[in-house]
Ligand binder design. Structure first.
Ligand code: TV1
Ligand code: CA
Ligand code: ZN
Length: 388
């Protein structure tokens, strides 16, 4: 049995609101907010909530949302009527297409997940929390006045804006399989935020089509943001060994050069093996090792969710990462990465997975060790220009 107690010497806060999970993007849309219900089911079945300060988050206010988004965009988002998605029509603010449909309660959904990230950031600022968690956040593609890739409001940007009130330097790390373009763009011209995204890159063949290795910040050396964007473009099929080595090596170098006073880790679970949209072969263990490494740095840490399109794998990853945050990983019975989730929490699934299905059909690894080393040397060169 599990006897889960509060971690000694530090505090973990969990920010969520059951309202968020009830929204639907529409039939066949890969983004399923009910994956959060699955994750919460596992976290609570293990008794992990007893080890955290749990907060029911509130919707972000208009003023808070305007810290990043334009008033016109927010007004439109609030008043947008449910429409039939139509890709051929060019819509205002990139809203109402197949990726970003207008659905029932859309504005409520956006303000709720954003409120949770803002609350989480404030807890870190007040020193009331050392690791703050919002699995409903992490929607990294949203722009100032534009929805993009299932993201409407950029809760990460809003949370970082809160952190910057107290923290001189914030390191943003993004392990979602997609490029964290919205966050990168928002802090493109500042040297107070170092953005690092690891993602699949294949030119315009993989969304959003940006994030090549040479995308390092504004071209002008006079611009303070120069060199403060780091991109790690990868090919299909990368596994735990290469991924975790890359993560620790690059994050280690970034922390040494940049000396962040707070870290935001976007834990998009679409980088896991077997994801419906992703192409990587990272396991729950490898994904979790990234969280373990960030925690070990002893810097205030904000964990947010993101992508993740095979719901049972998303739930297993975020439950496992919650256990890492509170320090009970490896002590759970059954251990999350190995066990097949039990029926009651997976009643939405019609087909029960075999172990092979959970681990993902072995995708051929297209990433050579040589290429991985080249990425590290290029970023080593880039970081010579970053100092604090
Ligand atoms: C409705 C129904 C929408 C089925 C979208 C996959 C669907 C996709 C769907 C889909 C899908 C994308 C593009 C093409 C841009 C478009 C949360 C016009 C089976 C953070 C967002 C990916 C990832 C967007 C978000 C991408 C995140 N892929 N079926 N749409 N062009 N959009 O390629 O980073 O995880 O796929
Ligand atoms: Ca990424
Ligand atoms: Zn993604």
């Amino acid at each position: 049995q599990n006897d889960i107690t509060r971690p000694k010497g530090y505090t973990v806060s969990w920010h969520s609101n059951p309202e968020i999970e009830k929204h639907h993007f529409g039939h066949a849309h890969p983004m399923k907010p009910w994956r959060l219900t699955l994750a919460k089911g596992l976290i609570m079945a293990y008794g992990m909530h007893a080890a955290m300060d749990t907060y029911v988050s509130r919707p972000a206010t208009k003023e808070e949302l305007e810290d990043f988004h334009s008033e016109e965009y927010l007004d439109y988002l609030k008043s947008a009527l449910v429409t039939v998605p139509d890709d051929n029509e060019i819509k205002d603010f990139n809203l109402g297409n197949t990726d970003c449909p207008i659905f029932e309660g859309l504005f409520n959904y956006c303000s709720m997940y954003s409120g949770a990230s803002i609350d989480a950031a404030r807890k870190l600022c007040n020193n009331e929390s050392d690791i703050a968690i919002n699995w409903s956040g992490g929607l990294h593609h949203a722009k100032k006045a534009e929805a993009s890739g299932f993201c409407y409001v950029n809760d990460i940007v809003l949370a970082i804006v809160q952190l910057l009130r107290k923290h001189p330097r914030v390191l943003y790390i993004d392990i979602d399989v997609h490029h964290g373009d919205g966050v990168e763009e928002a802090f493109w011209s500042t040297d107070r935020v170092l953005t690092l995204s690891i993602h699949k890159y294949d030119g315009m063949n993989f969304f959003p089509g940006t994030g090549d290795l040479d995308r390092t910040g504004p071209d002008s050396e006079e611009n303070p943001g120069a060199h403060h964007a780091i991109n790690v473009p990868l090919s299909d099929g990368i596994g735990d060994q290469q991924y975790v080595w890359l993560f620790k090596t690059i994050v280690g170098m970034c922390v040494q050069r940049f000396q962040p006073t707070a870290i935001v880790l976007q834990c998009g679970a679409d980088s896991l093996a077997g994801d419906r949209l992703g192409r990587f072969n990272v396991q729950v263990q490898g994904h979790g090792a990234c969280v373990t490494y960030c925690k070990s740095l002893g810097i205030p840490l904000l964990l947010v969710g993101g992508g993740g399109y095979t719901p049972r794998n998303v739930a297993r990853a975020w439950a496992h990462e919650t256990s890492i945050a509170i320090g009970c990983d490896g002590k759970l019975n059954p251990t999350i990465p190995q066990h097949t989730p039990y029926r009651s929490h997976f009643r939405h699934e019609t087909i029960f997975p075999t172990l092979e299905e959970i681990l993902g059909d072995p995708r051929g690894n297209k990433n050579t060790d040589k290429k991985i080393r080249e990425i590290v040397s290029s970023i080593t060169e880039q970081l010579r220009f970053v100092n604090n």
